[in-house]
Structures are given as structure tokens and as C-alpha cells.
Design a protein around this ligand. Structure first.
Ligand code: GLU
Length: 502
């Protein structure tokens, strides 16, 4: 049996969008589930849309996700080069070949001429299409006499090569996810295959490369579904066996309508890109999942389930489990609605699986957090205490700020609720007992004792004590807080509160 080979073929025209990462992930999961190869090919034939740094971004993003190509510009491989701009010598022979068939022709129309025709059609309320109806009236090797074509070529007139879409054929097309459907070729136009600089366009380079690289499965975004007819015919024209195709549905906005865009992310407060991206052209910076504190395994788990569900509806899956269970036939036909809450839930779950030391490293990796003045031992205790209360590692630093800094203001509402005229006496007694107690005393028992002695409920002591330690009425159990702060700091904070609030 033929070895399964799947490629991810992004164009370096910007950062990888969430949808692009999911395509790469499904490519990878499918390839690995079949014991196959996963290839990264950079499709950089469109020089006008090339963005410097985009290729590095793509490679770094895939690496962060753990989607490691078997072959790529960086890793090399037996089917290179893996950048289309470096494959021109390969394309040249196939350009000659297709020109010898009846599937391609030379067209001399200038962009200005085509614009003028487009306008003419518009004025008649019609839309111009370069196709079986119009090609015979345009400046190309189908319409012009042979001598005229030869003269134009001899004069070095710039030309493109177009696909000659066959007339009135019903194509039977197959998609692994969507099943089979038909398209009449009369609905398709004569796409440019080779530009006037001799470089193939995406359509032609793509099928040449998929053939040359022995790709068996093309799994890509649904925006390429309308090109499936052309691609299928290109394989026919070249006499090559076509790979199998699967087109993935869109990732939709949270409300369920329309494609998730980078604007939605900025508006609704979630990243749309795997890593931070700074757009040099507009000066905008977009937040990445990595920088937002996502754990890569949580990110890809969440992403995989946007459009696919394993047989038993299990939600938490490692990469290996996903590989074991992935089935292209089970990928959903309908678009998958993005949910910020779900993404955060996944991160929360994965955070619970991390050791305290691993969470510490995640916090350390946050660019805007400095742990220079922080006692690591203490932080590890705080992590273990607060981990279950947060979705993101850095939230531990925000929520647990009082462990490292004594409160100097007290939340007004909390003061009203927790502090009354009996409080100073209760806290003074408590302070005495804490001072006299051993470092590892049972603080809960101690608080209980003060409450009992004064014939008041536990809350009357516990609440103002919490206020003194935290500055508000939040946080884990008070005895646990004391066990991290230590006796001296606890006494100090009670004294502070007594001085400020009595
Ligand atoms: N270069 C195309 C893109 O960026 C690849 C489409 C395909 O996978 O065939 O979307």
C-alpha cells in the first residue's frame, strides 16, 4: 500500500489564523493516525502578498503546538525544496507539457484590456468571465490565427497561460467529509495557470507539488472547494492520479454566524492567532494563545474538537490519544462555533494536570511578570493553593498578590460587612494567641477558641481576620493563608488592620 502523505501548504501572507492551525492539526492527526508523513510546504508564489517573517511565524506556531513536520523547509526531506519559490526549475518542464495538451492556451490580453472588457460587461449588467463563451473573442492562441500568435511570441509580447476549461462536462467530484457532488464545467472559468513572469499560480504549482511530493490526501479549508473542479481536471490534463480531498468547514464567530475574524478576537477578548503577532503595516498587535497563558496541549485539544468529536465524546485528549482516535469521516460538515468559555475551560483542566513546578515555569515564561523578588518556595505553595481557582497561570499572581504584599487598603464593602465595634478586641486577643502559638499551630482551632471564649460565631473572628490578611473577603481558607504567610507576617497584618480600621 502507498504510504500516506499529507501536506499543510500555507501561504506566507500573514500570521497563521486559528482556522489555519486547525487545518495543520487535522493534516497532522490524519497523517499520524495512518502511520504517514506530515509535510509543511510554503506556497510563496504570490510575491505581492508576501509578508516578511510570516514563514518563521508559521514554523514557530506549529512547533509550539507540537505539530512537528516530518519534512519542511527547516527539516528538509527527500521531496524538497519545500518552498515554491525555490521549485521553479521543476515547474518549467510541466508548463511545457501542459501547453502540448488541449487543456491550456496562451493569452496576451493585458490587465488594461481585461479591465475594459469587465467594465463593458458591467455596463450591460453582466459579470465578465474568461471562459468558453468569451475566450474566442479575446487575444489568445485559441482565437488568433497561428501566424499572429507566432508573431506576438517572436515580439516577446507578455503572456499568461490559461486553463482551457472543457465545454459542458459534468464532473463528479469527491470529498471525504462532504461526499460526492457534481459540477458543470460551464460554471467554471479559464484560470491563469502561469503568470507573465513564468511563475505558476497557486492552482498549477499546487497540483504539480502534490504530485511530485506524492501527496495522497489534501485536507484544507472549505474556501478551496470551488477550486476542486479545476484541480481535478488539472490532474486529468497531466495524466496523474489525483489525491483524495477533504475540505474543512469554517470556524464560526461565537454567535454562530460568519467566519471568525481577527477583529472578533480583539472585540470579544480572545486570541485568534496562536502566537502574538505585530502587524508592521498597520502597527497593530494581536494577542496570541501562547502569550495569553494557554498550555499548548490544551490549545490543540480544544482546537481539535472544533469540528471533530471522538467516538465516545471524550473531551480531554492528549495528542497521542487524538492520533489514535482521529477519523476524517467523523469531521463535521457544519461550521464549528468558537467558544471562549470552552477554550478557557480546557486550559483550566490542563492546568490542574500540571505539577506546581510546571505552573511555575509557565508563569516564568510570561513576559510581563518578573519573579525576581519572589520567594520560590512560597510561590510554589501559593500555586498549589490557587491553581484550581484559575484558568491561566498568570492569574495566580493577580489573585494571590496579597501573599507577597501586605494589603494597604481594605475593600470598603468588606470592611462594612466584617468589621464592627467588637472586632478590635477579638483581633487583639487573636493576635496574642497567634504570637504565643508555635509556627505549626492549628490556627483553625485557635480561631475557634477565641470565638468560643467571646461567645460569638466563628465568622465574627474569621471575617475580619481574612480582611486583615487579604484586604478583602476573598481567597482560600484562612488557616491555609496563615500557613503560607507564617506567624510573624500574620501578626503584622493584624496589627496593621487594627491600626487602620479601629
Ligand atoms: N496556499 C493555500 C493556502 O494558503 C493552500 C491551499 C491548499 O491547501 O491547497 O490556503
Amino acid at each position: 500500500m502507498k504510504k500516506i502523505r499529507v501536506r499543510f501548504a500555507p501561504s506566507p501572507t500573514g500570521p497563521l489564523h486559528l482556522g489555519g492551525v486547525r487545518t495543520a492539526l487535522y493534516d497532522y492527526l490524519f497523517a499520524k493516525s495512518q502511520g504517514g508523513d506530515f509535510v509543511l510546504r510554503i506556497e510563496d508564489t504570490d510575491t505581492a502578498r508576501f509578508v516578511p517573517g510570516a514563514e518563521d511565524y508559521i514554523q514557530e506556531a506549529l512547533e509550539w503546538c507540537g505539530i512537528i513536520p516530518d519534512e519542511s523547509p527547516k527539516h528538509g526531506g527527500n521531496y524538497g525544496p519545500y518552498r515554491q519559490s525555490e521549485r521553479r526549475h521543476i515547474y518549467d518542464q510541466y508548463i511545457d507539457e501542459i501547453l502540448k495538451t488541449d487543456y491550456a492556451y496562451i493569452a496576451f490580453d493585458t490587465p488594461e484590456e481585461l479591465d475594459a472588457i469587465r467594465k463593458e460587461f458591467e455596463e450591460k449588467g453582466e459579470v465578465f468571465s474568461y471562459n468558453y463563451q468569451t475566450r474566442t473573442r479575446l487575444r489568445n492562441s485559441v482565437a488568433l490565427p497561428k501566424e499572429e500568435v507566432e508573431r506576438l511570441l517572436a515580439d516577446k509580447t507578455p503572456f499568461v497561460i490559461r486553463f482551457k476549461m472543457p465545454f459542458d462536462r459534468v464532473l463528479q467530484l469527491n470529498d471525504i467529509i462532504r461526499g460526492s457532488f457534481t459540477v458543470n464545467t460551464n460554471a467554471l472559468d479559464d484560470k491563469v495557470l502561469v503568470k507573465n513572469d513564468g511563475m505558476p499560480t497557486y492552482h498549477f504549482a499546487n497540483i504539480i507539488d502534490d504530485h511530485e511530493m506524492e501527496i495522497t490526501h489534501v485536507i484544507r479549508g472549505e474556501e478551496w472547494l470551488p477550486s476542486l473542479g479545476l484541480h481535478t481536471l488539472l490532474y486529468e490534463a497531466m495524466g496523474w492520479e489525483a489525491p483524495q480531498f477533504a475540505h474543512l468547514s469554517l470556524i464560526l464567530k461565537p454567535e454562530g454566524k460568519g467566519k471568525l475574524s481577527k477583529r472578533d478576537g480583539a472585540k470579544l477578548g480572545f486570541p485568534v492567532f496562536p502566537l502574538d503577532f505585530h502587524d508592521e503595516a498597520t502597527g497593530e498587535t494581536f494577542m496570541g494563545y501562547r502569550e495569553q497563558g494557554y498550555i499548548p496541549a490544551a490549545f490543540i485539544n480544544f482546537l481539535a474538537l472544533l469540528g471533530w468529536s471522538p467516538a465516545d465524546d471524550q473531551e480531554i485528549l492528549s495528542m497521542d490519544e487524538m492520533i489514535a482516535q482521529f477519523d476524517l469521516h467523523k469531521v463535521h460538515k457544519a461550521g464549528a462555533r468558537f467558544s471562549k468559555e470552552k477554550a478557557e475551560w480546557f486550559n483550566h483542566e490542563y492546568l490542574q494536570k500540571c505539577t506546581d513546578q510546571e505552573v511555575l515555569e509557565l508563569i516564568r515564561n510570561q513576559k510581563n511578570i518578573s519573579l525576581a523578588s519572589i520567594d520560590t518556595e512560597k510561590l510554589l505553595k501559593v500555586i498549589s493553593m490557587l491553581k484550581e481557582r484559575v484558568n491561566f497561570p498568570q492569574e495566580i499572581m493577580e489573585q494571590g498578590k496579597y501573599f507577597f504584599e501586605a494589603p494597604n487598603v481594605y475593600d470598603e464593602k468588606a470592611v462594612k460587612k466584617a468589621w464592627n465595634e467588637a472586632t478590635p478586641s477579638l483581633l487583639t486577643q487573636l493576635k496574642e494567641e497567634v504570637s504565643n502559638a508555635g509556627e505549626n499551630a492549628d490556627y483553625k482551632q485557635l480561631i475557634h477558641h477565641i470565638a468560643e471564649k467571646n461567645e460569638v460565631g466563628m465568622g465574627k473572628v474569621m471575617m475580619p481576620l481574612r480582611l486583615a490578611l487579604v484586604g478583602e473577603l476573598k481567597g482560600p481558607d484562612v488557616p491555609d493563608i496563615i500557613s503560607v504567610l507564617g506567624k510573624a507576617e500574620t501578626v503584622h497584618r493584624i496589627e496593621n488592620a487594627l491600626a487602620k480600621l479601629s
